[in-house]
Design a protein around this ligand. Structure first.
Ligand code: GLP
Length: 244
């Protein structure tokens, strides 16, 4: 695991963007694994800026998002589809048919999970996967007591996650209780992983992920076993790993 503690959120975002940009310059038809949440917003801003400068483009790339809430329409501002359109897709030249996100409105979420997993395989797997981390050590929506062998599946959200994500909704009761998420096995199959963490609320989860016991109670701890993980965190998130 390569660990980078940087001075600011902006530096974190720029560093993550530079990895994606070089990936797309060297392999324009890369398969990108994308994430939502507040953390990657700066990364997307940097990507859009450099894309507008003409340094690279997304015309041959494909994308697969990590997760989506069950029961939210793509037009719902809290859906991850809406987030991705707003923060990235509407501003770049990634082709509509190259964008993949789990459909949270699928009549059969289980069938949707199996089809999504197959699409990732058919695309040749994810080249670079972006991850954030939950306060409880979740990645995607793989919550504590996760099954490490799971592929894309329907998950029930942890109470901490519902609390954390309630800030985006009018009321905590409006937060969906379920989501479709790539599983740990799906995430571990990506060739390269970039995990971003910002702010003191992530310090403990980050410490446990890197130095803790590999355990389903900290889903991100499995990343200790992946061959190519780059962690980029700011000083607040890295507070407990500084000097280790
Ligand atoms: C959400 C997402 C995760 C994300 C995490 C942290 O629930 N499903 O993919 O990494 O929580 O979000 P944030 O970056 O807003 O702290």
């Amino acid at each position: 695991m390569q660990i980078n503690i940087v001075n600011s959120y902006d530096e974190l975002s720029a560093k993550a963007a530079s990895i994606i940009i070089s990936q797309l310059i060297l392999k324009p038809d890369s398969v990108l694994g994308l994430a939502t949440g507040s953390t990657p917003e700066g990364l997307y801003q940097h990507l859009i800026k450099k894309y507008n400068e003409g340094i690279f483009n997304f015309s041959q790339a494909k994308s697969f998002n990590l997760d989506e809430y069950v029961g939210l329409e793509p037009t719902n501002p809290n859906s991850y589809r809406y987030y991705m359109e707003k923060h990235l897709f509407s501003k770049i030249d990634l082709q509509a048919e190259s964008i993949h996100m789990p459909n949270g409105m699928a009549a059969s979420p289980e069938a949707e999970c199996a089809a999504y997993e197959q699409k990732i395989k058919d695309a040749g797997g994810v080249d670079v996967q972006i991850l954030g981390i939950g306060r409880n050590g979740h990645i995607g929506f793989n919550e504590p007591s996760v099954d490490f062998q799971a592929t894309t599946h329907v998950v029930s959200l942890d109470e901490k996650t519902i609390e954390d994500n309630a800030r985006f909704f009018d009321h905590i009761d409006d937060v969906p209780k379920q989501a479709i998420s790539m599983g740990i096995k799906t995430i571990m199959s990506s060739k390269k992983i970039i995990l971003l963490a910002s702010g003191g609320s992530k310090a403990e989860a980050l410490y446990e992920m890197i130095y803790g016991k590999i355990s389903p109670s900290v889903p991100a701890s499995i990343l200790q076993l992946h061959k190519d993980v780059t962690v980029i965190c700011d000083e607040a998130a890295g507070a407990l790993i500084q000097g280790k």
